[in-house]
Design a protein around this ligand. Sequence first.
Ligand SMILES: Nc1ncnc2c1ncn2[C@@H]1O[C@H](COP(=O)(O)OP(=O)(O)OP(=O)(O)O)[C@@H](O)[C@H]1O
Length: 229
Amino acid sequence: MIELQHVTKIYPTSPRPALDDVSMQIDKGEFVFLIGSSGSGKSTFLRLLLKEDSPTKGVIKVNDKNLNTMSKWQVPKLRRTMGCVFQDFRLLRNKTVAENVAFALEVINKPQRTIKRVVPEVLEMVGLDGKENRLPGELSGGEQQRVAIARAFVNRPLVLLADEPTGNLDPETSQDIMLLLERINRTGTTVVMATHDYHIVDSMRRRVIELNDGILSRDQSRGVYGLGR
Ligand SMILES: Nc1ncnc2c1ncn2[C@@H]1O[C@H](COP(=O)(O)OP(=O)(O)OP(=O)(O)O)[C@@H](O)[C@H]1O
């Protein structure tokens, strides 16, 4: 599903590699935590998967497609197979909950009748039915993140990439968001989540991949945040 072979990323302005000879494989349906201190390369890893940037060396494959040799016109198709969720929600402030989710389908030219059918379905799934006409500013942080997850999932991506999705939420709301991500994972969607939240990692016991100054320092199934915790 996701494969990295000896991937190195060196930014022109920075002498130290952001990723240094990283190899790994993530299979369909896995739930993976990507951990590591600030600057260890987690966001770089996610950006390379989305082909927002290219590796300096090495090969990245998503769904058996080599990203290095993929032509420009194939990139939107690649991105359609990957939903993204961020710490800061990134919702459109002047669109309602339903419009935010519908927008993700409009930009890929889904027919209106499909949009009318699937938007309420996904909003119900994330627990937001009854709030479809609210603006993001009229929602709590946890509810805003649910909208962002609905938007990322509405097109049933193969992979959900989440960069610190609970970073702005209190512990209880974070737990609710994790239950939702687990539910999405149970539908067969691979979830890769970068996080600093050790409570969540320790309580879920999923695969943990740790980066340390760009080097893959740990890959553990049913892992915890810090060894010896
Ligand atoms: N566009 C860029 N240009 C130059 N250097 C960069 C760029 N983006 C990231 N870096 C550097 O690459 C390294 C890895 O950064 P990255 O953002 O991937 O880390 P991270 O693990 O996601 O950090 P955080 O947990 O703080 O989000 C850091 O040393 C950072 O300064």
